[in-house]
Design a protein around this ligand. Structure first.
Ligand SMILES: [Zn+2]
Length: 262
């Protein structure tokens, strides 16, 4: 029996709930046993190589209540992302407006390039392979989003005496809506998907990073940064909580291919 199995067998005696998906990981550099509740709610028990299985069991038993609370939160906040089919009628949210996708072979009257939104909120995109449609739509989010952050970000540059700041809109993966890169780059970057959020939440993401860009002293989200946030967005804590909830339903670019016809 190798060592993870020894611990796993010892933990089995605790009869922990199945939905915790408890698994063990041997961590050579750890000195003490730890527990990590992962996004989605799986529980990892982190074990230094020298630990005695009984000691691990005692530790996990003593943390049962803590684990229960953390798993509940992780399950509640687990992502539940839309998957688009990228066909006519698919809906896309961008800065508080909802658009319906219409795939077209050529340019509709009065439109110079695709994709393009119409006044009545049709999003025209060229009919092509789904991956290309997806790329085109994400490109549209990036373009509209970049114009928006440049425009909306300026008031904070002025007020916070931020100089020489640049902006980027790109893919930041599944766990971040925005980031600020310090000197010499000095860039506020937002995830393109953040523009699919309600506008007041996209604003929160922007203001959060602009507050970093003022380079407040202390820790990254410490007292000085919080003072700046309180000044610029008094209800930022509320918006942050809302983002945790709303954000998990936000489209991150996933699509599915149509079912094959038989
Ligand atoms: Zn931050």
């Amino acid at each position: 029996m190798n060592s993870p199995d020894r611990y796993q067998a010892a933990l089995a005696n605790l009869q922990l709930p199945d939905e915790w998906h408890v698994h063990v990981a041997i961590r050579p550099r750890r000195r003490s046993v730890g527990i990590e509740v992962q996004p989605g709610g799986a529980v990892a028990v982190l074990i230094p190589p020298s630990a005695d299985p009984e000691q691990v069991v005692r530790f996990v038993r003593s943390r049962r209540r803590w684990i229960t609370e953390k798993v509940d939160t992780a399950v509640r906040l687990a992502p539940d992302r839309p998957v688009k089919a990228l066909v006519n009628g698919d809906e896309f949210d961008l800065l508080g407006q909802r658009y319906q996708l219409q795939l077209v072979a050529g340019l509709p009257a009065g439109i110079e390039k695709l994709p393009a939104p119409s006044a009545d909120r049709i999003l025209y995109a060229r009919a092509q392979r789904p991956e290309q449609v997806r790329q085109a739509i994400i490109g549209w989010y990036r373009q509209v989003g970049l114009d928006w952050v440049k425009r909306e970000g300026r008031q904070y540059e002025r007020d916070g005496r931020i100089e020489g700041l640049r902006y980027k809109v790109r893919d930041l993966g599944k766990h971040r809506w925005g980031l600020y890169r310090g000197a010499p780059k000095h860039i506020t970057a937002l995830h393109w998907a953040a523009f699919g959020l309600p506008v007041h939440l996209a604003e929160y993401v922007l203001v959060h990073e602009q507050a970093h860009a003022t380079r407040p002293g202390g820790r990254p989200h410490g007292a000085a940064w919080q003072r700046r946030m309180n000044l610029w967005m008094p209800d930022w804590r509320q918006r942050q909580l809302e983002l945790d909830e709303v954000g998990r339903h936000c489209w991150l670019g996933d699509y599915r291919l149509p079912a094959a016809a038989i």
